[in-house]
Design a protein around this ligand. Sequence first.
Ligand SMILES: Nc1ncnc2c1ncn2[C@@H]1O[C@H](COP(=O)(O)OP(=O)(O)OP(=O)(O)O)[C@@H](O)[C@H]1O
Ligand SMILES: [Mg+2]
Length: 312
Amino acid sequence: MTAPPILIENLTKTFAPERGVMDVSMTVDEGEVCGFLGPNGAGKSTTIRCLMGLYRPNKGRAHMFGLDASSRNAERLRDVGYLPGELHFPEMLTGADILARFAHMRGLRDMTQRDELVDRLGVELDAPIHTLSKGNKQKLGIVSALMHKPRLLVLDEPTSGLDPLLQDTFATMMHEAVGEGRTVLLSSHDLAEVARLAHRVVIIRTGRIVVDDTIDALRATAPGSIELDFDHDVDVSALSQIPGVTIRTSTPRHVSLIHTGSVAPALTAIAALEPVSITARPAELDELFLRLYEGEDLQRAGTDGGSEGTAR
Ligand SMILES: Nc1ncnc2c1ncn2[C@@H]1O[C@H](COP(=O)(O)OP(=O)(O)OP(=O)(O)O)[C@@H](O)[C@H]1O
Ligand SMILES: [Mg+2]
């Protein structure tokens, strides 16, 4: 069996007690886009830096294609494209200089892909780095990570600073990369983007992984919401007894609830209360992510119904 593009096992890297990442394990399989989410300071960049061999872990291991992160060989340079969360290009060099350096480092001679990416993203090649806007630096970073067509892309907040048009261009590029069989680890704060692109989502909070599941499983178990209005005062205690139903807010004449699984039992109970209006909305993945970000208990959110091993 070939080694997966990313295998992280019991990785611990702490800077102070409870600061850093603790006992992180995750695998990204060939051809998969794995969204890596979590609040500021959760440990996404620390995990990624350990993976790239930029931080030495206290414990555990981080492998790419079966190679230890500390081994820096030509194979890794060729097979992996890394976009750091903070770009530190030499300020006096131009974009063209930077890309030439990356090409040289990787022994890349065919510049077709570089030229195509520069063109699609509208990268400024001739200006020194210190004169570039944040977004224009970011575009250069994306080209440097993608131009050698690596098998694995490790992208730490790739769309940070990009305008909406370029975010769309980037999403198209990711679809193309996946179509070509590449694997992507994508750290992002853009929840809708991750919901669109990822096959699987890993959420990290205060240094520990709290969710690792497929988008399909999350979508199936993500709670839908129902809003009810009444022209008379109601007692909603019957609704809160129904399995999978959680009352979010209630006043005598308005109830907001969330439900998972089949809506039928809730509807029967709702009908008996004779509402004057009902608004039902399907589960939005980015809303679910947000709740998980905020530390909501998955059981209370009602998402523990369908998929095995969703929450840890
Ligand atoms: N070089 C460092 N020295 C000291 N503490 C660090 C260092 N790098 C990260 N940390 C700490 O480790 C924790 C995780 O930080 P990390 O940068 O991995 O978070 P993140 O999930 O990437 O956040 P963001 O979304 O803001 O980029 C934070 O508490 C941070 O302060
Ligand atoms: Mg980060």
